[in-house]
Design a protein around this ligand. Structure first.
Ligand SMILES: [Zn+2]
Length: 449
């Protein structure tokens, strides 16, 4: 596939030059869909759409959106190559629905490696760096594989620690002195705690960069969140936020300036849309819609991620001219309406992270009223002085809504939130009937973490 390695400096060119190349790649992508994708051929025909009439990203809103439900229901119809060309199967670790299989060809694997290479390079990682991958490379996850391939292309040393054992990760830090760690922020915080408990100071471990996956580490104004600050202070390293998904097959990563995730213009076209799927102006929060470019196995058009964020246009001080994506504010499906105020669970989490003695939490949503949801926040703590009313007050200061707060032991929270096979803790339980989903059942077993 020719886009790999050909446009690696594209984000540094002028906005006009970026647009020209991206539009060309988008037209090529649409041709490929029309020729090779059974799903999109049928959809274009059914809707009477001529994809050849689309000249560029500005025309994208004329084309239909693709949902995760489409992928689940018509999975094989998305496949554009013979089975023999599928080299890897990635299961999406989405928070709703059954896992979806995304078939990867050789060039798709090269593409995700190229994407991670760009992302790591933007974070200042290069040859000579030793990078601890504290993420799963097995169980059909794309992430660990993509990081490994990206570091490989970059010429850095990968230390494949996985995400299942803190003692193993602690040992790898002591033995190989990684200069960077890639992982879920809460896991990296727990790793620092393990090192401290065993008499080692994580601040002297030599880790200069913490590349965060799965959880946002910035506030909507792009400053570090309490979680991000705690990571930075705990490790004494720079914190980089990233956002990625298996369906998008693309990562948006902070550069050293920390101004939001850079969207690689040769790899993806990003839109932010409102509830009706209409494009929103730059800076407005809405659902992130991604058209990954250059994918050959299961290419997608205008994929609805279900994640809410805002695009920040304009140049970044690092010299890149493509728009950056702000932190994910929450899942569209987890949007809560409380007395006229819109709230996403991560905003509650972010308020809790400011409290020193909070050790885990989860949020439950109910809908006893027609127009308002009820929120119950269950907080784990060992602190006898922590007052539920004060915790509720702290949350209210952030989200302008005072939820019900219950304090329990950290173990009780862990039992509920750590679920087998889930990459990160499950912290939101939706009991709303209008959400159209059955209530999520509590975990039967604890995670090995
Ligand atoms: Zn930048």
């Amino acid at each position: 596939m020719s886009s790999v390695a050909t446009y690696s400096d594209l984000a540094f060119r002028s906005p006009e030059a970026i647009r020209e190349v991206q539009d060309m790649l988008l037209r090529r992508h649409l041709c490929y869909l029309a020729e090779r994708s059974p799903f999109y051929r049928e959809r274009f025909a059914a809707l009477g759409i001529d994809p050849g009439a689309v000249r560029g990203a500005a025309d994208l809103s004329r084309l239909p959106l693709t949902t995760k439900a489409d992928l689940e229901e018509h999975n094989r119809a998305f496949l554009c190559v013979p089975d023999a060309e599928v080299l890897d199967l990635c299961l999406s670790s989405g928070t709703t629905g059954a896992p979806v299989a995304m078939a990867q060809t050789r060039s798709d694997l090269e593409r995700v490696g190229y994407n991670e290479e760009l992302s790591f390079r933007a974070a200042g990682i290069g040859p000579g760096d030793r990078v601890l991958i504290a993420a799963a490379i097995d169980r059909c996850f794309m992430a660990g594989l993509a990081y490994f391939t990206g570091l490989n292309r970059l010429g850095a040393t990968a230390i494949r620690g996985g995400s299942s054992s803190l003692p193993v990760l602690a040992q790898l830090v002591r033995r190989f002195r990684p200069t960077a760690v890639v992982g879920v922020p809460t896991l990296m915080l727990a790793l620092a705690e393990v090192l401290r408990a065993e008499g080692d100071d994580p601040r002297r471990a030599g880790v200069e960069r913490l590349v965060c996956i799965g959880e946002p580490v910035r506030r909507p104004d792009l400053s570090l969140s309490a979680l991000g600050e705690r990571l930075r202070d705990g490790w004494g390293g720079n914190v980089f936020g990233t956002y990625a998904s298996t369906e998008m097959a693309t990562t948006f990563a902070d550069c050293a300036e920390g101004r939001g995730g850079h969207t690689h213009p040769d790899l993806v076209v990003v839109e932010v849309v409102d509830g009706a799927g209409r494009p929103l102006p730059p800076g407005a929060s809405g659902e992130v819609v991604a058209t990954p470019l250059g994918v050959t196995g299961m290419p997608l058009l205008r994929f609805r991620t279900g994640d809410i964020a805002a695009l920040h246009p304009g140049p970044c001080p690092c010299g890149r001219n493509e728009a950056r994506l702000g932190p994910i504010l929450g899942r569209k499906s987890q949007m809560l309406k409380v007395r006229g105020t819109t709230v996403y669970p991560p905003a509650i989490a972010s308020a809790l992270q400011e409290l020193e003695t909070v050790r885990g939490y989860y949020i439950e949503a109910y809908d006893p009223f027609e127009l308002s949801d009820r929120i119950r926040v269950v907080v784990g703590t060992d602190d006898p002085d922590l007052d539920p009313a004060a915790v509720a007050g702290r949350i209210a200061a952030r989200i302008r809504v005072k939820p019900e707060v219950v304090l329990v032991s950290p173990d009780e929270v862990r039992t509920r939130t750590l679920q087998e096979g889930k990459r990160k803790p499950v912290t939101f339980f939706d009991y709303r009937t209008k959400s159209g989903r059955p209530p999520e059942t509590p975990a039967a077993r604890k995670d090995t973490r």
